[in-house]
Design a protein around this ligand. Structure first.
Ligand code: FAD
Ligand code: NAI
Length: 475
């Protein structure tokens, strides 16, 4: 006998588990299937984000930043640390505990919201507009049916064709978060978000980090002025970043891995690393879903093809998160999950792609929302720019963290905010004000006229807004 639900969600990452909770809140009988296993083969819902992504990377970024501060920044505050020691085992164990707390939290939320959880792999058996049959292959095999199916099967790390991940020497994000001794020389291929975040973690705890990037420009999706500042700061910290390289042969040895590449001047180079992280983007995951068996359409890049409302080509089958087009971000997946559950309920779920914030959790952090200066130029939109350096912000000075700036871009005529770009302390938190402002289609003058607490980093946001009209008060 198969169990029947109104809504079945395949995948329990941020897209899937949030969709399931919202569907249950809306009164649907809901199930969520997720196959992720913890070290004891038990369920570990939360997907990439919780298990090998957002959460563990931020745990290690925090720990390694504390270590770096204790070693280098505390003395300036008059705090003398003697006998500073790295206990990497404890650092990794703390990260694992935080991951488990998040896994358990999701299982608790499923119970609280009456979402039925299945631990195993879900795949389509058959179906049409009247309902779908889904097989769950786990410890036991089950068959479930549902009127609506939401696919949220996420993504996997992209490997280089000549260097499959072994997670010992050649590491994806999974291995990069679990290196059990600090490598003397760490190679990173790809200077994107993962490369910079994980490169920062391992540099802070003592690795000599070399980042090899194919593109001639650094962080090409980031506003150029901010990316330039970031490049300067990261290289000063000790990350060695080579742009415009062409990766050639990659040869793993017994204890190290040799990377041959051509540098930006066309010279052949060879480097030997104790570990190599390959972070060159991610690919959508539809493995084992039996998409082809039920005629679920994929696009030419392997993503599940969806329209603006996350509808697939099959009636009542929806897809959200990393497995569909758009930025691969946890909060984008969550927004789509909520919107789809609401659309199933006949409501008008909505995701505003123009106000999805991006954050890179390096030190300093980089965060932005909306258009970059280079995008505005390319689109021929007339704009005004204003920026304010953290150097001139009292709170940043008190923190001892004065690098970076806040930058506003506003429409030349209407003054509507078109983009906000931050590199600096707590940029991840500061960006929220800009997101709210843009969601309400505020002008830079609106922000300039709002009272901001003193002393706070957010005053730099207000000052950057004032700078759009060339009337900064503190710079
Ligand atoms: P996923 O989180 O990948 O979840 C998919 C789930 O579905 C997995 O549990 C998988 O096991 C399961 N699954 C797949 N197929 C099946 C099947 N057939 N049956 C059952 N279960 C299945 N984003 C941010 O916004 N902020 C960050 O700070 C951030 N940091 C990151 C750091 C790293 C190192 C990485 C790799 C990613 C990071 N991301 C971050 C991206 C973020 O993790 C993803 O955008 C997000 O997890 C996507 O959510 P999702 O629900 O679409 O997919
Ligand atoms: P990415 O797309 O951010 O960066 C990949 C980089 O690798 C690019 O700069 C690209 O030019 C380069 N590259 C591609 N092929 C290459 C090659 N053959 N040789 C050298 N360089 C090459 O991808 P990344 O870092 O793997 O992260 C994947 C995604 O995960 C991100 O795009 C983001 O969506 C998500 N993520 C988000 C985080 C956050 O929100 N803070 C943190 C980490 C990941």
């Amino acid at each position: 006998m198969s169990k029947n639900f109104d809504v079945v969600v395949i995948g329990g990452g941020p897209g899937g588990y949030i969709a399931a909770i919202r569907a249950a809140q809306l009164g649907f009988s809901t199930a969520c299937i997720d196959e992720w296993k913890n070290a004891k083969n038990g369920p570990a819902p939360g997907g990439t984000c919780t298990n090998v992504g957002c959460i563990p990377s931020k745990a290690l970024l925090q720990s390694s930043e504390h270590y770096e501060h204790a070693g280098h920044a505390f003395a300036d505050h008059g705090i003398e640390v003697k006998g500073l020691n790295l206990n990497l085992g404890q650092m990794l164990a703390r990260k694992d505990t935080i991951v488990k707390q998040n896994n358990d939290g999701i299982l608790y939320l499923f119970k609280k919201n009456k979402v039925t959880f299945f631990h195993g792999r879900g795949s389509f058996v058959k179906g049409d507009a009247n309902g779908y049959e889904i097989k769950v292959a786990g410890a036991a095999e089950e068959s479930i049916t549902a009127k609506h199916v939401i696919v949220a099967t996420g993504s996997n790390a992209r490997a280089l064709p000549n260097a499959p991940f072994d997670e010992k020497l050649i590491l994806s994000n999974t291995g990069a978060l679990a290196i059990d001794s600090v490598p003397k020389k760490l190679g990173v291929i790809g200077a994107g978000v993962i490369g910079l975040e994980m490169g920062s973690v391992w540099r802070r705890v003592g690795a000599e980090v070399t980042v090899l990037e194919a593109l001639p420009g650094f962080l090409s999706a980031v506003d150029e002025q901010i990316a330039k500042e970031a490049f300067k700061l990261f290289t000063k910290q000790g990350l060695s970043i080579s742009l415009g390289v062409k990766i050639g042969a990659i040869t793993p040895g017994k204890k190290d891995v040799t990377v041959e590449y051509t540098d930006d001047k066309g010279n052949a180079q060879k480097a030997v690393f104790d570990r190599l992280i390959v972070s060159i983007g991610r690919v959508p995951n539809t493995i084992g879903l039996n998409a082809e068996g039920v005629g679920l359409k994929l696009d030419e890049r392997g993503f599940i093809a969806v329209d603006g409302d996350c509808k697939t080509n099959l009636p009542n089958v929806w897809a959200v998160g990393d497995v569909v087009r758009g930025p691969m971000l946890a909060h984008k997946a969550e927004e789509e999950g909520v919107a789809v559950a609401e659309r199933i309920a006949g409501q008008h779920g909505h995701v505003n792609f123009n106000t999805i914030p991006w954050v890179i959790y390096t030190s300093p952090e980089i965060a932005w929302v909306g258009k970059t200066e280079q995008q505005l130029k390319a689109e021929g939109i007339a704009y005004k720019a204003g920026s304010f350096p953290f150097m001139a912000n009292g709170r940043a000075r008190a923190l001892g963290d004065t690098s970076g700036m806040v930058k506003f871009l506003a429409d030349a005529k209407s003054d509507e905010i078109l983009g906000v770009h931050i590199i600096g302390p707590m940029a991840s938190e500061l960006i929220s004000e800009a997101v709210v402002a843009m969601e309400f289609r505020a002008s830079s003058e609106d922000i300039a006229r709002i009272c901001h607490a003193h002393p706070s980093l957010s005053e730099a946001t207000k000052e950057a807004a004032l700078a759009v009209d060339k009337r900064s008060l503190n710079f």
